[in-house]
Design a protein around this ligand. Sequence first.
Ligand SMILES: [Zn+2]
Ligand SMILES: [Zn+2]
Length: 364
Amino acid sequence: MAKAAVFTGVNEPFEIREYELTTPPKGYARISILASGVCGTDMHIHRGKLGIVPPKIIGHEYVGKVEEISAEDSNKYGISAGDNVIVNIACPCGECLLCKTSDDANCINMGVTNGGDPEESPHFWGGYAEVNYSPVKNLIKVPKGLDPKTVSVFACAGSTAIHAFNLGKRANVSMENVNVAVVQGLGPVGMFAAGYLVAMGIEHVIAITGFVDEKREEIARSFGVSKVFSLDINSLDDVIAYIKSISDGLGADLVFEASGNVHAVPQGIQMLRNRGVYLVPGQYSASGGVMFNPELITFKAIQIIGSSQYSVSDVISYLEFLEENPGLHPVIDSMITEYPVSKVNEAFEDIKAAKNIKTILVGE
Ligand SMILES: [Zn+2]
Ligand SMILES: [Zn+2]
């Protein structure tokens, strides 16, 4: 038997249920979960913003150890019992126009591995559990030297941010020409994006938050962010004046929207220089509309690039980034607050009270 936290209804407490362990179905592996991140998306699901129908074992960014896998699947996919893996829940169709043109992150027939009914065997479909069954083709091997907990922190956020940068590259955005970058929001996606931009050698990486949060600011500084502004104490005009002061009066070369606040979008456009680039992976829930002046898109001749989801290649890039930047691991680890799966409701209360930077669920 093992435990799972089951999402049973919008804003309802998760129910802790226990289920039998079984032999994995054909093509599946059994994984013991070592670290399962709580993502902003999970908060949206719990609040009923994404229309997920209960009962479900949610959780889509998790790292585990392979416990049981058939010899046939092991040979086919190069994954063995004992390997640590990231589980990628996305199942693009492989057939549609998007899948056939290197955009499987935005497949129009996207399926997920964690959508099963927990009452149906093998029960453990998603990440909010001690155990998980996933298709072997959805497992991405974690290199031996990386700590699974460290990996779990940005498993989704890091891959999401890297995907946005990659879509930028595909639109011919040259990061070598970026000297001033602004990140809006210091949740996991924004925090990772800021650290990634610093690691790419960008001189001025500025972060903007909605309200003062000293711990978040300290972590951002540890990632090498040069300046943090909080819009409850700094006016937008002050922020723009600062950006202009370090860019010969031009504005930011690149702005990365990771706040999810709709008001951030017109602000981000104002911060950009002429021909600047706006990457927008952060607006991941229906939060209403916002007024802005589209003339700025034309007059400034900016590029606005949306981005959602990520591909397996982005997860691999994320793991490579972690391997190449061991100096960041202690900072990443300092973001973690962990709870056993059975304390998931306590974890959600603490997240809502803004107590945690990154919440992960672990086995007992
Ligand atoms: Zn996520
Ligand atoms: Zn497709």
